[in-house]
Design a protein around this ligand. Structure first.
Ligand SMILES: C[C@H](O)[C@H](O)[C@H]1CNc2nc(N)[nH]c(=O)c2N1
Ligand SMILES: N[C@@H](Cc1ccccc1)C(=O)O
Ligand SMILES: [Fe+2]
Length: 285
């Protein structure tokens, strides 16, 4: 439906990072982005993210060597980052999560794509995701996403879990006592979307609702038209399989919701004015 088709076996995608192959320009791209995002994210992202980033020790010194970074990550939560060529199919992806392995593309965006890139690169996969995986609570939660993904596949419900993953792990916001904060990695790795998600009048910001989110289509190639807002940085939805299975059954009878659409039942925090115009030719998954 969205990403990639092919083998569901994670081993078919695992690569050596090829650390020696990066150019000076590649390292410079990482450093510019890391420095920019570390500053921009102050006061905009969950504290847990900045804490994890500090402990991980990846910074402005160029692209991290996975062999070195994984020592810290393993010691903190037992996870490791594994290099892959790019997007991998949903099932292979969830299998890796279930195994506490996080897939990361090994290539980096071009200088003209600093603000936003349509496909996950190493900056997104590592800088965007790994800081939170340094936190034990989040690390366990992400593993349970993988496990739920395997069950979803058996029930023909992978699309529901993929949408949930999208609107939480990748693109969620959260209410905190200090105000609205970014949680999603897809926002955290994009300087453009960091500002857009919190400050633009264009997108909708809607209180998170599990069934509603699983019905909602998403687009991977542009800023989101709707962000779902958690009730706290750690208020992730329960992935209790015994509750998800009946919910998936129920959802089968209900329609899909377009990315920018508002529903009568929504608790709308900000109604977007849609002033950011995107290309009309792109489709939602
Ligand atoms: C779960 C979900 O569908 C999600 O989009 C997956 C798909 N495949 C992926 N593949 C890679 N390499 N990285 C990712 O973040 C994802 N995300
Ligand atoms: N848009 C993100 C990358 C990304 C693409 C697709 C899915 C998730 C993240 C960035 O610029 O960093
Ligand atoms: Fe991601």
């Amino acid at each position: 439906m969205n990403t990639a088709t092919g083998s569901d076996d994670p081993r078919d995608y695992m690569r050596d990072q090829g650390f020696e192959n990066y150019t000076e320009a590649d390292h410079a791209t990482w450093s510019i982005l890391a420095k920019r995002q570390r500053e921009l994210l102050q006061g905009r992202i969950a504290d847990q993210f900045l804490e994890g980033l500090d402990h991980l020790g990846i910074g402005d010194e160029g692209i991290p060597d996975f062999r070195v970074m994984n020592q810290r990550l393993k010691a903190a939560t037992g996870w490791e980052v594994v290099a892959v060529p790019g997007l991998i199919p949903d099932l292979a992806f969830f299998r890796m999560l279930a195994n506490r392995q996080f897939p990361a593309g090994f290539w980096i965006r071009k200088p003209e794509q600093l603000d936003y890139i349509e496909e996950p690169d190493i900056f997104h996969d590592v800088f965007g995701h790994v800081p939170l995986i340094m936190q034990p609570i989040y690390a366990d939660y992400l593993e349970s996403y993988g496990k739920a993904g395997l069950v979803a596949a058996e029930h023909g419900a992978l699309k529901y879990l993929a949408r949930l993953y999208w609107y939480t792990v990748e693109f969620s916001l959260a209410q905190t006592p200090d105000g609205m904060r970014i949680v999603g990695a897809g926002i955290a790795s994009s300087p453009g979307e960091t500002i857009f998600a919190l400050e633009s009048p264009s997108p909708n910001r809607v209180a998170f609702d599990l069934g509603r989110v699983m019905r909602t289509l998403y687009r991977i190639d542009d800023y989101q038209e709707t962000y779902f807002v958690l009730d706290g940085v750690e208020a992730w939805p329960s992935l209790d399989i015994d509750r998800l299975i009946p919910l998936w059954k129920e959802l089968e009878g209900q329609g899909e919701i377009k990315p920018g659409e508002i529903q009568p039942e929504d608790r709308v925090l900000t109604q977007g004015d849609g002033s950011y115009h995107r290309s009309k030719s792109k489709s939602a998954a």
